[in-house]
Write a protein that binds this ligand. Structure first.
Ligand code: XIL
Length: 996
């Protein structure tokens, strides 16, 4: 059976590949049926050993092979002057560089993680010199703008005289595009290639497991492309789902790459596949800012369309109209009227990703918005309603969705809700809201639930349109199991809403996911059911979970202060058990040669057998409640039970290590035990311990009270002079780029932040607020570190132009006051954030900072944080640092006097400056005996009494009495114990005689 694959869309390589044919012939030999059994039945797979992915004998054409060169050299042609089999072979001639050769674009042929068996025959062409020469089979991969070249095989001593076989196995690595090619290490010889055969071991789809569509209450979908219309991919899709979405092929750039040229081939292949397999099609997407060609938004002269020019507004509306109608007309013509048998299209994402919670009107500043304003939404839904549904708005054949990501997050949820409500109030024919749900395991399921509940108020359909759940790097077997539990909980929640229009997984299996590194789907790269699948289908099949605790570096001495140490106040305990009696839980820290555990036990009945036991791979430690242990542990009684701090030796620990760990707590009076990981409490065999991942210390900063409340005006006033600073040294995206030094103070119910950002290129053009040059301040009042954001947790973003945006409950924006200024080296952000709860000395606040660096192109090129390395501060509070509010420093008196003069005529005045006295105290100024004075006075002579201000200072003018005798005195300033003085020489009034 022959199937065609379209050429990869993103192929970029320094040299040009002249592909003679633009399609790759792919032969699927003796494999499972490409078109699977009818819906509802799981077809029995015919497991076969291998699957042919490329077979080229050059008998009829060169495709998919072509020249790899500079456009002129080399030439690649079919030739009958030599062959390995048949009549023809491929000749590479005119090579002027070693890398000139023959190549094939394998971007959409090779899957990440799959191993390919490559065989080909090669020989030097007639007249080649030197003869023999070496030949090489290589692959060039482009990934995120970087190019990697790998040699797959080198064949030494290839001659003109004989064909030799190249044979190699190659496992494909991640690539945006990939080119497989033959070249020579150096010799510029012409050569011949023939009978290239590339196969891979066929993956067989499991047919003995339940089909997803059989166990779920609503239509389940998958995003697919042409790779899932054949072979095992197709079998997986048809077995498990009721509906497909085109992952890319119905996007504007695919359907109308240049104005008026509509290319439906790739999309139709998917719709045909749906028709053949009785699947519904969810269309994606008509109007979007991304994957939409530039021509939509430029005039014929190449100038951007603008809102000011009525002709531009007309042109863009017309283009939107034409695009939508062309799509609807095409599918009506090809598959019959929408809503009739034969036409599988049941829904369309009419507008994708229109929402920006950072904008007052909740709308992203996309080119559509910038030219047409909010009415672009009305137009899009109006056109789609006319085009697909002929204006029918009640039970229309094609449901019309507004689709977006992060709709589970409170601010975005609210923004989208408000926008949709406005659309409805204007009678716009929207019928559904799409929640993409691109999640991670830190995303709170309760938030997605809250969004579905909220949108239900509007009476619209709701769909989950692009579900995936990424695992943070590194992906480990434990996290794959954890992901299974996450899917279980997520699908349990989703099934509370049996009316969902559909739930679509964004991709068929991990290796085919757009976020493949995070293995976010329910089938693995080999198409096998993961724990995530079992979490949905039958959670009782989930393997037991190995828990992991992130363990910060830290050391608490085992002494009387151990239980009360600040270190343990910085984080919440990991819960082992939570009962009416209270919480039993623990914290752990690591140092090079030991772990230190803090274990809080809720156990009201004191019994000599009560104990806490700690287990690592190599050692264990038992601490009994009565404290009868060696000096490696201390025990303190608490209101609900007791708390233990114990250290346990483990050799050679280093950051990044993952070490086995468990805690077991025994309540002797009831005979009950609780354990953190091993629920059988049989830790002694070491088989079911949890693990501890050793990470950086908890970032900590102590914040002093502001000496005077700073003005939030973008000007660095005196109050900041002594504020402590933290720096954003943790790079989480890009290399180098903008970073900040951040000073901190607190005052009157709020935290004060001064971020000085070094950033030579300032750019705020991106319609994503986080891709603008900006500083983010993450605040978790009370330092609860609960993971998902609670109602008081906020991500406050301030761009360099002082545009504010927020993650968290929308009302939190009221806490933020900010000002910005451009500086010689970048910009500064000055902000105050009102804190929920008490703001007083001793209070702990979870805190993080992030600097987003927009490059000259207006996209984000670098991100730095203070401490959280996960890149997920916007979703998860656990890895933020901790700030503690300090009491004002105790006052240390330091009395000082300064005089405006040291010589004065009796009867004149002296200006006296006092400082360093107790604030508000009364200071007595007096003349005392100096080194020389005129007898006759009764000393001291009282001059004045002054009350100093709240800084302990005062300035006062005092009169030296007329009758003061000539002499060298001390002008003293005395307040209780505190005194200071300065010499003052007084000479009689009018006589002009001075003492020096
Ligand atoms: C993604 C595709 O999965 C990728 O293959 C493509 O390179 C980029 O787009 N939100 C959407 C989808 O609405 O269209 C995006 O799909 C993922 C995010």
């Amino acid at each position: 059976m022959d199937v065609t694959f379209a050429k990869g869309r993103n192929m970029r390589h320094p040299s040009t590949l002249r592909v003679v044919g633009t399609v790759l012939a792919v032969v699927v030999a003796g494999l499972v049926p490409a078109v699977a059994a009818p819906s509802g039945t799981a077809a029995a797979a015919e497991p076969t050993a291998t699957e042919t992915v490329i077979s080229s004998d050059f008998e009829t054409d060169l495709a998919p092979w072509g020249a790899r060169g500079d456009g002129t050299n080399p030439t690649v042609t079919r030739t009958y002057t030599a062959r390995h089999g048949g009549t023809w072979s491929a000749l590479v001639a005119g090579r002027t560089q070693g890398w000139h050769g023959i190549g094939a674009d394998v971007t959409s042929v090779f899957t990440v993680g799959s191993t390919y068996h490559i065989s080909a025959w090669v020989k030097l062409a007639e007249g080649a010199a030197p003869d023999p020469s070496d030949l090489r089979l290589s692959i060039q991969r482009e990934l995120a703008g970087a190019t990697t070249y790998s040699t797959i095989a080198t064949v030494t001593g290839v001659t003109v005289g004989a064909w030799v076989q190249v044979e190699a196995d190659y496992t494909h690595a991640a690539a945006d595009s990939a080119l497989l090619y033959f070249e020579t290490p150096s010799a510029l010889v012409p050569f011949l290639v023939d009978d290239i055969l590339i196969t891979r071991d066929a993956t067989s789809v499991q047919t003995d497991i339940p089909a997803l569509k059989e166990v779920l209450p609503w239509p389940i979908g998958m995003a697919i492309d042409e790779r899932e219309t054949v072979g095992s991919g197709a079998q997986l899709v048809t077995m498990h789902v009721d509906q497909i979405t085109a992952e890319n092929f119905m996007k504007p750039e695919s359907i109308q790459p240049t104005e008026g040229t509509f290319t439906f081939t790739a999309a139709d292949q998917l719709v045909d596949f749906a028709v053949a397999n009785d699947l519904r099609v969810y269309g994606h997407t008509l109007v979007w800012h991304s994957q939409t060609p530039e021509w939509f938004f430029t005039d014929t002269a190449g100038e951007p369309l603008t809102a000011d020019d009525p002709a531009d507004v007309g042109l863009l509306s017309q283009r939107m109209h034409d695009h939508i109608f062309a799509i609807a007309d095409h599918y009506r013509a090809k598959y019959g009227e929408f809503g009739t048998a034969g036409n599988p299209i049941v829904a369309f994402d009419v507008v994708n990703e229109a929402i920006a919670e950072s904008e007052a009107d909740g709308l992203r500043r996309s080119p559509w918005y910038n030219v047409l304003g909010e009415q672009y939404l009305d137009l899009a839904f109006g056109y789609a309603s006319q085009a697909f549904n002929r204006g029918v708005t009640v039970d229309p054949p094609v449901q019309l969705f507004l689709n977006d990501y992060n709709t589970e997050q409170p601010a975005k949820r609210q923004a989208m809700f408000d926008v949709v409500q406005r659309l409805l109030s204007r009678g716009v024919p929207i019928t559904g809201v799409g929640h993409q749900l691109h999640l991670s395991m830190a995303s709170a399921i309760s938030q997605a639930q809250a969004s579905i509940v909220k949108f239900a108020e509007l009476g619209l359909l709701q769909a989950v349109t692009e579900l995936d759940v990424v695992i943070d790097a590194p992906v480990t077997p434990e996290k794959i199991v954890q992901q299974g539990y996450y899917y279980r909980d997520l699908f349990t929640m989703l099934q509370e809403f049996p009316d969902l229009f559909s739930v679509t997984l964004w991709g068929p299996y991990d290796a085919r996911s757009w976020r493949s590194a995070g293995e976010p789907l329910v089938f693995d790269g080999e198409l096998q059911a993961k724990p995530a699948y079992w979490g949905i289908v039958d959670p009782s099949q989930l393997p037991s979970l190995t828990r992991n605790v992130n363990t910060h570096a830290g050391d608490v001495p085992i002494d009387g202060a151990a239980v009360e140490a600040l270190e343990w106040q910085l984080l919440p305990v990991a819960t082992i058990a939570s009962t009416e009696a209270g919480v039993t839980g623990f914290q752990l820290r690591w140092a090079a040669d030991h772990l230190t555990a803090y274990v809080e036990v809720a156990d009201a009945t004191v019994d000599t057998g009560d104990a806490v036991e700690l287990f690592t791979g190599a050692a264990s430690a038992a601490v009994s409640r009565d404290g009868t242990t060696d000096d490696s542990a201390v025990v303190t009684s608490t209101d609900t039970g007791y708390t233990v701090v114990a250290s346990i030796p483990v050799a050679d620990l280093a950051q990044g290590d993952v070490v086995p760990f468990d805690v077991r707590v025994t309540d002797a009076s009831s005979g009950e035990q609780v354990s953190w990981n091993d629920l059988s409490h049989g830790q002694e065999d070491g088989l079911r311990l949890g693990s501890a991942t050793l990470i950086e210390p908890v970032a900590y900063v102590a914040i002093p009270q502001a000496p005077a409340t700073p003005m939030i005006d973008g000007i660095v006033d005196e109050a900041w002079a002594d504020a402590p600073a933290v720096t954003t040294d943790v790079q989480i995206e890009g290399t180098d780029g903008a970073a900040a030094s951040i000073r901190l103070l607190w005052s009157e119910g709020a935290l004060y932040v001064l971020a000085e950002v070094t950033d030579p290129v300032l750019n705020g053009a991106n319609s994503n607020a986080w891709e603008q040059d900006s500083v983010e301040i993450f605040v978790n009042p009370g330092n609860t570190k609960a993971g998902a954001y609670g109602p008081d947790d906020g991500q406050y973003r301030i761009s360099y132009t002082n545009a504010q945006s927020l993650g968290g409950e929308p009302a939190l924006l009221g806490n933020l006051t900010s000002a910005t200024a451009v500086t010689a080296t970048g910009y500064l952000v000055e902000a105050s954030i009102a804190l929920a709860g008490p703001v007083e000395p001793g209070v702990l606040v979870g805190l993080e900072f992030q600097v987003n660096d927009a490059g000259a192109e207006g996209t984000r090129i670098a991100v730095h944080t203070w401490t959280d390395p996960t890149g997920r501060s916007y979703q998860d509070t656990t890895r933020w640092g901790v700030a503690q509010l300090l009491a004002p420093p105790p006052f240390v008196p330091d009395p000082e006097v300064q005089l405006s003069t040291h010589d004065v005529r009796a009867g004149d005045t002296v200006t006296v400056e006092l400082s360093g006295y107790l604030p508000g105290s009364v200071v007595q100024l007096q003349l005392e005996q100096g080194t020389f004075f005129q007898w006759g006075h009764k000393l001291p002579v009282q001059l004045a009494a002054v009350t100093v201000d709240d800084q302990g200072a005062a300035t006062v003018e005092v009169l030296v009495p007329r009758r003061t005798h000539l002499g060298l005195y001390t002008l003293a300033a005395v307040s209780g114990e505190l005194r200071a003085g300065e010499p003052l020489s007084v000479f009689p009034g009018g006589r002009g005689h001075r003492w020096r």
